[in-house]
Ligand binder design. Structure first.
Ligand SMILES: *[C@@H]1O[C@H](CO)[C@@H](O)[C@H](O)[C@H]1NC(C)=O
Ligand SMILES: *[C@@H]1O[C@H](CO)[C@@H](O)[C@H](O)[C@H]1NC(C)=O
Length: 166
């Protein structure tokens, strides 16, 4: 998990600095591409698409025969309170859209994770299981856009990822 620690350190160092106040014209360079896992015929690369910050993410054991209970690590500095938190996923392959879905992660009366309810400015680090579908990922290259946002539609994190199954 050396890579992950490095990412954590990096985003601690480069966390949101003074914003220039101008809208639209983003001249800053893109965030670096990180490796979330490369194992068992599966490679997952991601890049933050939130202009304000990068974040750390890794999958402990990945495989193109995706298990239904994956252990992940995720670290970020919160830009918003996360009383409620939702995840939107858009999956595309060869330029065509395959599926879109939206998943509630924190709901006010049903917090699924220990970090639900944390406040803006806090640093969260989650290492543990996530429930997902156990599926065999067909060979190919996929692109995924992920967005975490709050009940007011404020972005908490955004990433675009490339998944290569071989
Ligand atoms: C994220 O999107 C950018 C812009 O479309 C692209 O250049 C980059 O390769 C993507 N990164 C990953 C890891 O998919
Ligand atoms: C997913 O959402 C995008 C953008 O709203 C849309 O263009 C696309 O057709 C949707 N894909 C599916 C499979 O519903």
């Amino acid at each position: 998990m050396k890579g992950f620690t490095a990412v954590l350190l990096i985003w601690t160092l480069i966390s949101p600095s003074s914003s220039d106040g101008s809208s639209g014209g983003s001249s800053r360079e893109a965030w670096p591409t990180h490796l979330a896992c490369r194992e068992g015929g599966l490679e997952v690369l991601y890049q933050s698409c939130d202009p304000l910050q990068d974040f750390g993410f890794s999958v402990d054991q990945c495989s193109n025969q995706l298990k239904s209970n994956l252990n992940i690590r995720f670290g970020i500095i919160l830009r918003e309170d996360i009383k409620e938190l939702f995840l939107d996923i858009a999956l595309t392959a060869k330029g065509s859209s395959i599926l879109n879905f939206s998943y509630p992660i924190c709901e006010e009366d049903q917090p699924k994770f220990s970090f639900c309810g944390r406040r803006k400015g806090e640093q969260i680090y989650y290492a543990g299981p996530v429930n997902n579908l156990g599926v065999d990922i067909p060979k190919g290259e996929y692109h995924v856009l992920l967005e975490l946002y709050t009940e007011t539609r404020a972005t908490v994190a955004c990433a675009n990822a490339t998944i290569i199954s071989s």
